[in-house]
Design a protein around this ligand. Structure first.
Ligand code: GLU
Length: 472
């Protein structure tokens, strides 16, 4: 069975993101979601969200919510769903019944022990372990007697001859011989359907035209294609995206790397930065590194997807985040960082407007966490170290400091006038800029590193500056 390549879809595009809840939205999952979303948007199609929640131990309401939150934060809105596999059990049963009636599936009464023994024998004989077809109905074949009190599994009657070929949008043509594929169990003895079967039924029912997913699913694809064929369903196009590697070249690991999308929120990344970053992991549009989602949508047609694994580069992500922080509205950034500042004890009364502080600081910050920490400069009482005060406020400096303090009472309150006043004092006392700037930084902020001191003074405002400098 060959699936031909179709670069331009002729029917309305329908893509899906089908995560299995694990407790968080993995960045690799977010990337395939982004590709599926952007492709659907590119063709004015439909993006479906399907929650594959049949693993009851892992699929807690919290784990599902974590996926929805991650998608929401990234702004990857679905048009249909979320559909939950656990709510589709009647439909799966209906399809199983039909397949049994059609003869594309059959009951198998082998016990687990029997199947295991079968495999052992095959292994001992140097053969590839597989189901031997004991219960597979064939014309003229007599099946064994049904064992009493044994509930059967349902197996898919996989074609014996021929092969499955599909043109993978990412990996090129892939061919798997049918003899490599077992007669898959599609329902367990208790009647619950199994993974590949559910995916095939869902992709068919949801009329998915393009399946974009991680390449850990390549082995499932020929099985799903055979099931779809048995259902008489049209086949989607498949694109298997290589995994994302960590900085060490190994698979991203939960222990070493930030793999959850929401970790990036906590670490102070903006969603647009993470999206832009993920888009470039395994996909390119010329040399473009910085682009908006609208641009991505206009470009993303499933070409230029790389077939080799992409490596996570935290520096590049930080660089992009800095770019998006600089471009972000200051008021939006203020709302983002205010809660962390409140937790850190920030006092906003009689303090400069946070968006003005952000305007001063954001040029040099890579994350909103750094921005919040830097902004604290303006929202806490300075507690300069006594030894530093002694070191920087010497008798030689004190007269200049006092004179500058006096000038602050009357100087026009603008950065340029403050700067001019400082220079005047420095010239008069024969001092260099750091000799005055460092004491001012210590007295006003408690620390020696701040943005340009005239800008800091202007932002604090005359009252706070006078109050802090006069204390000395
Ligand atoms: N539920 C699968 C996963 O989370 C994805 C299945 C698919 O995309 O076909 O890995």
């Amino acid at each position: 069975m060959t699936v031909s390549q179709l670069p331009l879809p002729t029917s309305p595009v329908r893509t899906r993101f089908a995560p299995s809840p694990t407790g968080y939205l993995h960045v690799g999952g977010a990337r395939t979601a982004l590709f599926s979303w952007a492709f659907a948007r590119h063709f004015g199609g439909t993006f479906v969200l399907r929650i594959e929640d049949t693993d009851l131990e892992r699929s807690t309401p919290e784990a599902v919510q974590a996926i929805l939150d991650g998608m929401d934060w990234l702004g990857l809105q679905h048009d249909e769903g979320p559909f939950y596999q656990m709510k589709r059990m009647d439909r799966y049963r209906e399809v199983l019944t039909k397949m049994l009636a059609d003869g594309t599936a059959y009951h198998c009464y082998c016990s687990t022990d029997e199947v295991e023994a079968m495999r052992e024998r095959q292994r001992a004989a140097g053969e590839k372990p597989r189901y031997d077809g004991t219960w597979r109905p064939e014309p003229g074949k007599t099946l064994p007697a049904i064992p009493a009190d044994r509930k059967p599994v349902i197996r898919f009657k996989n074609p014996i001859d021929g092969e499955v070929t599909w043109h993978d949008v990412v990996k090129g043509t892939i061919t798997i011989a049918n003899r490599e594929l077992d007669d898959l169990v599609i329902a367990r003895p208790d009647g619950t359907p199994t993974y590949n079967f559910c995916v095939a039924v869902d992709d068919s029912d949801m009329q998915i035209t393009h399946v974009i997913r991680g390449d850990d699913h390549v082995n499932n694809t020929p099985r799903q294609i055979n099931i779809l064929n048995a259902l008489g369903a049209p086949l989607p196009f498949y694109g298997h995206v290589p995994m994302i590697l960590g900085t060490d070249g190994q698979k991203l690991s939960k222990r070493r790397d930030a793999v959850s999308v929401m970790d990036y929120l906590d670490k102070g990344f903006l969603p647009e930065a993470l999206l832009n970053y993920l888009a470039r992991l395994g996909w390119s549009h010329g040399d473009d590194e910085v682009f908006s989602m609208d641009q991505m949508i206009s470009w993303f047609d499933l070409t230029h997807l790389s077939s080799s694994a992409a490596q996570f580069n935290p520096e590049k992500l930080a660089w992009l985040n800095n770019h998006y922080i600089k471009a972000a509205d200051n008021q939006r950034l203020a709302e983002l960082i205010r809660p962390a500042m409140v937790s850190a004890g920030a006092v906003f009364e009689s303090a400069p407007d946070l968006s003005l502080v952000i305007a001063l600081l954001k040029e040099r910050t890579n994350t909103t966490v750094e921005l919040a920490q830097a902004a604290m400069l303006f929202y806490r009482q300075p507690a300069p170290d006594a030894a530093l005060l002694e070191q920087h406020i010497t008798d030689a400096i004190r007269p200049a400091l006092q004179e500058f303090t006096t000038s602050c009472a009357t100087v026009e309150w603008s950065k340029s006038a403050i700067s001019a006043s400082m220079k005047e004092v420095l010239a008069k006392h024969g001092l260099k800029m750091p000799q005055l700037a460092m004491p001012l930084r210590l007295l006003l902020t408690g620390q020696l590193q701040t943005p340009s001191i005239d800008a800091v003074i202007e932002l604090f405002g005359r009252d706070v500056v006078l109050q802090r400098l006069q204390k000395n």
